[in-house]
Ligand binder design. Structure first.
Ligand code: NAP
Length: 279
């Protein structure tokens, strides 16, 4: 089910990082008709940025959600990712076209290298991404899970500009070194698992700030990311979570609260596969 127009929050409320709205909807592990429904609900709530991936097995459903929503495709910033098994030059070209077919679109706004692993080869992979960029099938090139070392090489070899590096980031994993590298190379940071897949809800400092404002811990985590200039793509399935996260756009944290969250010394990495470059 969608939401009434009267309930929609003005998408203009959402700041942008270049062309990219700084709050998006994550869709990992959201499949079946529910996925199309969540995407539609998010767009009708005011979201204009949707994040999917070849590996999520839901590109078709994401496309269906966009199709069903009362929002023009050109107004949606749509991102997908090429899986680590598909990163040879030929496979990038072929599987990206398959992604576009599944999504039912002529282009995506952002195409990420999902992980610098398995078939990833900086020069070969990124020249295929640049070819797709030149052909107009992708509006922007992105990378994901890149450490400063991989980012340095990618920026050097990729002809097309790199818009963003999508990494896990939240108050329990602030990723200072990755953020600093991104800033040096003029690459936006997109935070995945911005709620630490639920771990931020039990963190006492975040709970305290949420109580003071009468908001949820999810909103505090998302507002903290926004204060840092980081784009966030929380995954939410039903209308209540989708709206709750969007409402974080109206939550302002003061300097003292941001500092208190910065000072949290608990660490949590929610996504940590053996093939990650930090392992
Ligand atoms: P997340 O967004 O940190 O957390 C999602 C969990 O929080 C879900 O269980 C969701 O429940 C719940 N939730 C969402 N909003 C809530 C709210 N307001 N109150 C209470 N609970 C709430 O985790 P994530 O899915 O790992 O990360 C977000 C997105 O990042 C993914 O969906 C995917 O698009 C992307 N991602 C990318 C990579 C990568 O390698 N590039 C890796 C991981 C994730 P419900 O679903 O029931 O609403």
């Amino acid at each position: 089910m969608g939401v009434d127009d009267a309930d929609a929050i003005d998408p203009e409320t959402c700041p942008t990082a270049g062309a990219m709205p700084m709050l998006g909807l994550g869709t990992w592990q959201n499949t079946g008709d529910q996925c199309a429904d969540s995407v539609r609900t998010a767009l009708e709530t005011g979201y204009r940025h949707i994040d999917t991936a070849q590996a999520y097995d839901n590109e078709e459903l994401v496309g269906e959600g966009i199709e069903r929503a009362d929002v023009d495709r050109e107004d949606v910033f749509l991102a997908t990712k090429v899986w680590k098994a598909n990163l040879t030059g030929d496979d990038v070209l072929e599987t990206t076209r398959e992604s576009l077919d599944r999504l039912g679109v002529d282009y995506v706004d952002l195409l990420y290298v999902h992980w610098p692993a398995e078939t990833y080869d900086a020069e070969e992979t990124l020249s295929a991404f640049s070819e797709l960029y030149d052909e107009g099938l992708i509006e922007h090139v992105g990378v994901s899970n890149f450490q400063p070392e991989q980012l340095e090489v990618a920026v050097d070899v990729c002809d097309a500009p790199i818009l963003a590096n999508q990494v896990e980031c939240h108050p329990l994993l602030p990723q200072e070194d990755v953020r600093e590298a991104c800033e040096n190379y003029d690459v936006e940071v997109v935070a995945y698992s911005p709620l630490a897949r639920g771990a931020v809800f039990d963190q006492p400092t975040i709970q305290e700030i949420a109580d003071e404002h009468g908001v949820t811990e999810a909103q505090v985590s998302l507002a903290w990311l926004r204060e840092k200039g980081i784009t966030a793509i929380p995954k939410a399935t039903g209308t209540a979570h989708i709206r709750d996260n969007f409402e974080s756009l109206t939550l302002e944290l003061d300097r003292e609260e941001v500092n208190a969250i910065d000072a949290i010394d608990e660490t949590e990495r929610a996504v940590d596969p053996g093939f990650a470059p930090w392992n």
